[in-house]
Design a protein around this ligand. Structure first.
Ligand code: FMN
Length: 362
């Protein structure tokens, strides 16, 4: 069990060192190392991944090797597009990609809250911009990879009206829609610190946006990345609009804003009072679970659901499937548990599925 050993090494030797360094510097360095290793498939598969045909799953016509994905925000410029499959992920989302380049919010853009098993995120859609990212991805051989592009509105002062923001989203969709390696899209309407993008989680703006996207003739499935802190009725209304325009995929959900969330340790949050931003990890779990269950109960087989938020183990993953998720995604779990987490979760799911089919054949 190479990835169990990888997990022990990560938690006891590597993480204590990394957690003493600035989180964004660690992320940048890890990304560089990861990209350099992209052709070391054999080694990475041995160290991290777990493969088993029992894990295959078809969702919205796409055949996933396993149901465990990398969420948007880890590989925002596409450097890791080739490597994440060999780290064990069945699909990986690149982005959020924006049409225009943006340097990111004023640092610090990232902080750790270890007691809360959370990260404070203040990136503000730092992005190389869609064209540079597309060219980077064109240079990697990705035909066997399950790559998705998360699309958001450029976080620049010129994009300051709804119609400009819609045009801006469309530019990125247009740039990627005919690229064969793009197997799905995420439509990000829920980044809590980008006012223009978040404004598309209101019904009227969302309607305009999906109508415009509908005119592009996109053939790949689209998953809407849903806000975390909205009422169930509001979420249902957005789902209905999306379904009316042929969009059937939903991701529950994005980061949370509420600094009084009961899963956040008060002292940790108080220490970060001067840093703006929103939280990932354990504090996002309850909303994700609630919305997955509610949406599955309400819309049944009409929707495909990805559960995202606070997944740290195979047990967490199995719970999300039992609530109605088709697939799962994470970032924070990998930061706290290690790069072997996708493999570990897949092993746990496979074990469960094998036991179940053994107990009830057919
Ligand atoms: C560092 C970081 C950056 C993120 N950036 C994005 C982003 O650009 N677009 C997006 O849709 N979600 C973004 N997210 C949110 C994640 O995709 C996910 O919804 C959230 O973190 C909950 O999952 P987790 O608890 O597994 O991290 C980001 C999260 C983190 C931790």
């Amino acid at each position: 069990m190479a990835h169990t050993i990888a997990g022990v090494v990560y938690k006891n030797l590597i993480k204590p060192v990394l957690f003493r360094c600035d989180p964004e510097t660690v992320h940048d360095k890890t990304t560089k190392i990861g990209e350099r290793l992209e052709n070391q498939e054999w080694l990475l598969n041995r160290l991290f991944a777990y493969q088993n045909t029992i894990l295959r799953k078809t969702v919205l016509g796409l055949e996933f090797e396993n149901p465990v994905g990398l969420a948007a925000g880890f590989d925002y410029n596409g450097h890791l597009a080739k490597v994440m499959k060999h780290v064990g992920f069945g699909f990986n989302t690149i982005g959020t990609v924006t049409a225009q380049k943006y340097e990111g919010n004023k640092p610090p853009r990232l902080a750790r809250l270890p007691k809360s098993k959370s990260l404070l995120v203040n990136k503000g859609f730092k992005s190389d911009g869609a064209e540079i990212i597309a060219r980077r991805l064109d240079g990697k051989k990705l035909s066997r990879h399950m790559i998705g592009i998360s699309v958001g509105g450029s976080n620049v002062p010129e994009v300051n009206t709804t119609s400009k923001a819609i045009d801006d989203y469309l530019k990125t969709f247009n740039l990627f829609k005919d690229r064969q390696y793009v197997k799905y899209f995420e439509l990000n309407i829920s980044c809590p610190n980008i006012a223009m993008t978040e404004s598309f989680s209101t019904l009227k703006n969302f309607q305009e946006l999906v109508r415009a996207i509908g005119s592009l003739g996109i053939t790949q499935p689209i998953f809407v990345k849903m806000p975390s802190e909205i009422a169930l009725e509001e979420s249902d209304a957005l789902v209905r609009v999306a379904l009316g325009h042929g969009i059937r995929g939903f991701i529950f959900s994005n980061l949370i804003k509420n600094r009084n969330n009961s899963a956040l340790e008060k002292e940790e949050v108080a220490e970060l009072r001067d840093i703006p931003g929103n939280f990932s990890g354990a504090p996002t779990a309850e909303n994700s679970k609630r919305m997955v269950k509610h949406t599955r109960d309400t819309f049944g087989a009409d929707v495909a659901i990805i559960s995202c938020g606070g997944i740290f183990s195979a047990t967490d993953a199995m719970e999300r499937f039992s609530l109605g998720a088709d697939l799962i995604q994470f970032i924070t779990g990998m930061i706290y548990e290690g790069p072997q987490l996708a493999g570990e979760i897949n092993r746990g799911i496979a074990r469960f599925l094998a036991t179940r089919s053994h107990r009830s054949p057919g």
